[in-house]
Design a protein around this ligand. Sequence first.
Ligand code: TXA
Ligand code: MG
Length: 360
Amino acid sequence: METKIYQIKKDAADHAAIEEAAKVIRNGGLVAFPTETVYGLGADAQNPQAAEKIYAAKGRPSDNPLIVHIAQKEDLSKAAGEIPKAAALLAEAFWPGPLTMILRKQTSIPKETTGGLDTVAVRMPDHPTALALIRRSGCLIAAPSANASGRPSPTLARHVAEDLNGKIPMILDGGEVGIGIESTIVDLTEKEPVILRPGYITGSMLEAVIGPVKLDAGILCADASVRPKAPGMKYRHYAPRAEMIVVEGRMEQVVEKINALADAMRAQNRKTGIIGTDETISSYRGDVAFSLGSRADAEEIARRLYRILRELDESGVDIIYSESIAAQGIGQAVRNRLLKAAGYQTLAPDENSGGWKIVS
Ligand code: TXA
Ligand code: MG
């Protein structure tokens, strides 16, 4: 299949290509489109065959449910069977925006879309092209991130093409996304709201609107027996092809350790990639080193992370050492994605021995 790529200007909500894309969705086909977080791969959420096409194109396990995207808050009731007070408050506070809510599903949402679950993930994206596409299609649009399963989420249309060229009919190219990591997911089906995936909307932002919110235990820990509640969080996601290790600790300590590790790899003829920050990048001796941006600007770091993981893949490194990011604000989401990319392999200073230990 030929994949058509159309450039869409940010403000051009009425572009002819969006009309064509809307028709593809209505007819049960797939369209990749920009959102404010990452690119999504959309299909009619109420058409089981269309949802199945998403799994096939991505090579995604069929037990991993999709997020249903809506273009107006009133459509929440078309996806969710029950709308608790907290959901209404959060929609009012954060939609359109990078927040996904898990709710009891409406009967019209097929199990193919929800990975067999009775619950559904819903969000209203804050992007004119995404909103125009949903509106014009007349559908609710089920859309996971538009990467091949296991690859980092796409922040540019080029990333979508790298993974899905020839497998989908159309990509709407809206340039680089604004946020760069996927939406925050909050589960509202339990007694107490639980964050299943950290993102731009932080726990304290949610708590300011609905009171206490917990963090799913599966998010921060490598123990495979602690099963994350979002099925997608259990896979080694966001992953570069090379092995990756996150090195934590004081900045100078981390730089010294990563350089020592890179030297040892070079002695074995293994090519090393390093992920640093503007503050440290010139101190590194790796074969290739990328800066995530300045530690003073966590939003920039979030925006660049996935692109850098892809660039490291292209550079053909055998192993990647990465600095960590403080888990504050959006930094928590960045750290979560770094740890996932590394399969939770972490090195940290061992206060007892004065050496280093692997923590997981
Ligand atoms: O920012 C985003 O959310 C992007 C853009 C395209 O909107 N989408 C996205 O979708 O990241 P995806 O499929 O890559 O991630 C969806 C996550 C998965 O981890 C999935 O397991 C979880 O949401 N999820 C979906 N429905 C769920 C449900 N009913 N219960 C628990 N987790 C659910
Ligand atoms: Mg994804």
